[in-house]
Design a protein around this ligand. Structure first.
Ligand SMILES: NC(=O)c1ccc[n+]([C@@H]2O[C@H](COP(=O)([O-])OP(=O)(O)OC[C@H]3O[C@@H](n4cnc5c(N)ncnc54)[C@H](OP(=O)(O)O)[C@@H]3O)[C@@H](O)[C@H]2O)c1
Length: 233
């Protein structure tokens, strides 16, 4: 059976992506702290920032996907924090990197042995994987690192017929974005106005990009921006 493992599919982009793969007949696993609580999605409760989550994957997830036809691994869970270079301690940077960068690699090592030809590793980056803004030091750093991981993944897995891509959403209407702007609708409207289409992106639109990337191995080592065109100021 075709299988997809998505980190952070309890809500937002990850949840929309889980529903997309479910509709296409995939066996769908969500790895996050809270549950997606959606029929058809198997929840594996894990804090991906923790030091010992591999044991839970080994005990609860891997036995359910002994030999999938193909396995799509989507690194989507992430943490967004504000703060400038001047304000950011080494510990604060390490905290963000643990979830946004190190956890994906820990999962890569666990799932690679069960990935056959046709499988894929997809990274959810950000517009901030390729550009920076002020006061988002840890997030910008982590999302650039993720893009580098994707490129290294492409090179190191050459010949295995496992493809990879980094899908970079622009401003998408999710809890992460709303929490980041303090639920302020004026700020949300202003952000929406920064897109060439004058609106926020729907999580389902990013889910469509992820699904297309999973199904098309010609997209390998590629960076796909899904941002409706951002107006540069
Ligand atoms: N929304 C945007 O505008 C935007 C723009 C660019 C890029 N992105 C990227 O898109 C991805 C999804 O973001 P989103 O907007 O959909 O965010 P979201 O709605 O806040 O969802 C984040 C997901 O990550 C999970 N997560 C957070 N911390 C975790 C942890 N320690 N362990 C396990 N799971 C954890 C959350 O689940 P639990 O809380 O249940 O653990 C949740 O399912 C992220 O990589 C984000 O950087 C978003």
């Amino acid at each position: 059976m075709n299988t997809v493992v998505i980190t952070g599919a309890s809500k937002g982009i990850g949840h929309a992506t889980a529903l997309k793969f479910l509709a296409a007949g995939y066996q769908v696993f969500n790895v996050s702290r809270s549950a997606a609580a959606t029929p058809g999605i198997t929840d594996i409760a894990i804090d991906l920032s923790s030091a010992d989550f591999e044991a839970v994957i080994t005990a609860k997830l891997l036995p359910q996907i002994a030999s999938p036809e193909k396995l799509i691994l989507i690194h989507n869970a992430a943490k967004l924090a504000s703060g400038s270079l001047q304000e950011t301690s080494g510990e604060a940077l390490a905290d963000i990197l643990a979830l946004n960068v190190t956890a994906p690699q820990r999962l890569n090592r666990m799932f690679l042995p069960v990935m056959s030809a046709g499988s894929a590793i997809l990274y959810v980056g950000s517009t901030l994987s390729e550009k920076a803004v002020a006061n988002s030091f840890t997030y910008v750093t982590s999302k650039h690192a993720m893009l580098g991981m994707m490129r290294a993944t492409c090179q190191d897995l050459a010949g295995l017929k496992i493809h990879t891509a980094c899908i970079c959403p622009g401003f998408t209407d999710t809890e992460m974005l709303r929490a980041h702007v303090g639920q302020d609708s004026a700020i949300l409207n202003s952000i929406a106005g920064g897109s060439a289409f004058g609106r926020l992106i729907e999580p389902t639109e990013i889910a469509d990009l992820l699904f297309f990337s999973a199904e098309n191995p010609i997209i390998n080592g590629a960076v796909l921006h899904g941002n409706l065109g951002q107006i540069e100021s």
